[in-house]
Design a protein around this ligand. Structure first.
Ligand SMILES: [Ca+2]
Length: 258
């Protein structure tokens, strides 16, 4: 075998390996690649390249009170803690530290003012969060991560856990899609929830890397003037869909295509 043959063989082997990996990824999700487990933990240097435009880790130190801010680890902007009383607890996360919602008997959320980078428009995008919820903490309506309300001008994207069942809502200028898991995630263990909207495949919900619900229909442009919110649709009291449990690693990935 000549050195040239050897190079060709190596190239062939690499191509074959890539083909096998691609096929496996597509089979896993019925023709659609599964979000990688490391995506929401991608280092900042990779953020611009991969399109992660928002990510929080909660891995710092110190008390988390009303007014405490967390810097977006994947670009500009920050979120501010809003609490009607007490404080959030920084507890063991996935990985590092997480936030435990809410303060006993109180209400709280994280809020980041509207930024253009957090509006996907017509592009493909996905958003995810890791949660740890005990059965006793599950209530009828709990919002984990969202930008925009139900009747928001410009649409909304939202990840919620109502009756313990995670679901994704994407409403654009064409249609609103809600996809919901049939299996609860309120077993006191950590779960990774990801909502994925594409122009070709509608909206898909992944739980711990597995596709659990999807609807193939277009949703259209999503761009609003609402803040990003984590843990409730607004500050309580009242019907605010207050989240209960632990939250870690919320992130938003906006693709360059779609
Ligand atoms: Ca963390």
């Amino acid at each position: 075998m000549t050195p040239m043959d050897s190079t060709r063989n190596a190239r062939r082997a690499r191509r074959a390996a890539v083909a096998v990996v691609s096929a496996a990824a597509l089979v896993l999700a019925g023709g659609f690649a599964v979000p990688s487990a490391g995506e929401d933990a991608a280092p900042r240097a990779a953020a611009a390249r991969t399109g992660v435009v928002f990510r929080l880790t909660f891995d710092g130190r110190g008390a988390v009170r009303d007014g405490t801010t967390f810097k977006n680890a994947a670009g500009k902007g920050k979120v501010r803690v809003r609490l009607d009383s007490g404080r959030f607890k920084r507890v063991r996360g996935k990985p590092g530290k997480a936030l435990r919602y809410p303060v006993a008997g109180g209400y709280g959320l994280l809020e980041g003012p509207d930024r253009k980078a957090w509006d996907p428009g017509r592009r493909d995008f996905r958003f995810g969060v890791r949660v740890k919820i005990a059965k006793s903490q599950a209530t009828a309506h709990m919002n984990a991560f969202q930008k925009g309300y139900h009747r928001q001008a410009g649409g909304q994207w939202k990840l919620q856990i109502d009756q313990g069942l995670p679901s994704c809502v994407v409403r654009g200028d064409i249609d609103r899609i809600l996809v919901r898991s049939a299996e609860p995630v309120t077993d006191g263990r950590w779960h990774r929830l990801v909502c994925w909207r594409t122009s070709e495949h509608g909206v898909r919900l992944f739980v711990d890397g597995a596709l659990v619900a999807d609807k193939d229909a277009p949703t259209g442009k999503v761009a609003n003037a609402a803040p990003i919110r984590i843990g409730a649709k607004k500050l309580g009291p009242g019907s605010v869909d207050q989240f209960h449990g632990r939250v870690d690693g919320p992130y938003l990935f906006v693709s360059s295509v779609g």
